[in-house]
Unconditional design. Structure first.
Length: 302
């Protein structure tokens, strides 16, 4: 499939003809999106699978509801969150096809969006976080964990951080987040201290702030950051299984829950975490609100 799409070549970067096939439309759509490398990779994978099921050489105008049902049936083994993501990717592609005149109707209409079960976010307690910090192997690890637990950095935020993004004089840090967004955040004292200690040990005049420990150090990828944090959590005895929810993103959830528990306004926490929707931030309130129910369920004030 990938070879076939590549063979479509640069010609597919022109607006697709009304007789465009699914393969041609997918290639054009993916090639002209302003996505991050990670989003492009996952979207391409999903849309190539969709094209294989409905037919790479099928004219886009011939995609009907039954073809979409066949594709959707191949996604039923996925968790609800993963299935929602795949459906959203295909839905956006089909919406674009309607926008450019390749489709008249939405063939996905009527296929239900899977509902995700409500879950409490997995977070570290203050004691667990302190234990993790004490067990970290070096200054680089301490600086990375500090940014993730104090400012809610994602693994990709850490990987994207450049030396020039940190302003120690004004105590500011520029975050290059998802979708190419840039946000300026205050740099907490604990983060500034950890970063200065790391830079004294590994002075870097410019370029990526965090680099690999290799004979020829290079920038760390988001996957590398995520995997390293998982190793540090496992070494600290906090991560016990692959799918226990204790990983790099757990530190971001821990940050969100702590900020809300400290009584900060949810809109302020949303700004720190850089959530587009306040609904995303509000998910962490469930973890905080459970303590307010303690007096309700305890007997005799015990």
């Amino acid at each position: 499939m990938a070879a076939l799409l590549a063979a479509v070549g640069a010609e597919s970067l022109k607006p697709p003809a009304m007789s465009a096939t699914v393969g041609e439309a997918v290639h054009h759509y993916v090639a002209t999106r302003r996505w991050s490398a990670g989003t492009q990779k996952h979207s391409r994978y999903t849309l190539e699978q969709f094209a294989e099921v409905v037919g790479v050489d099928t004219p886009v105008g011939d995609i009907d509801h039954s073809a979409c049902e066949r594709w959707w049936a191949t996604r039923q083994h996925l968790a609800a969150s993963s299935a929602r993501t795949r459906r959203s990717t295909v839905s956006n592609f089909l919406r674009w096809c309607r926008h450019v005149g390749l489709l008249e109707r939405d063939p996905l209409a009527g296929i239900p969006i899977p509902r995700e079960p409500r879950r409490n976010p997995v977070v570290l307690s203050a004691e667990q976080l302190a234990h993790l910090e004490r067990s970290l192997p070096d200054d680089r690890a301490a600086a990375i964990v500090s940014l993730m637990s104090e400012l809610g950095f994602r693994a990709s935020d850490v990987a994207n951080l450049q030396v020039g993004d940190v302003d120690f004089a004004q105590r500011l840090v520029l975050v290059r987040g998802k979708g190419g967004h840039e946000d300026l955040l205050p740099l907490p004292t604990v983060c500034a201290t950890a970063l200065k200690r790391y830079l004294r040990r590994h002075p870097t005049p410019a370029g990526p702030l965090f680099r690999t420990y290799q004979s020829q150090p290079g920038p760390m990828s988001a996957q590398c950051v995520s995997e390293l944090v998982g190793v540090w959590l496992a070494d600290a005895g906090l991560k016990t299984s692959r799918y226990d929810g204790v990983g790099a993103h757990c530190l971001r959830r821990t940050c969100a829950t702590r900020l809300l528990a400290e009584g900060h306004q949810i809109t302020s926490v949303q700004s720190v975490l850089r959530h587009q929707s306040i609904q995303t931030t509000s998910r962490y309130l469930r973890r905080v609100d459970v303590e307010s129910l303690r007096s309700v369920v305890e007997r005799g004030g015990v």
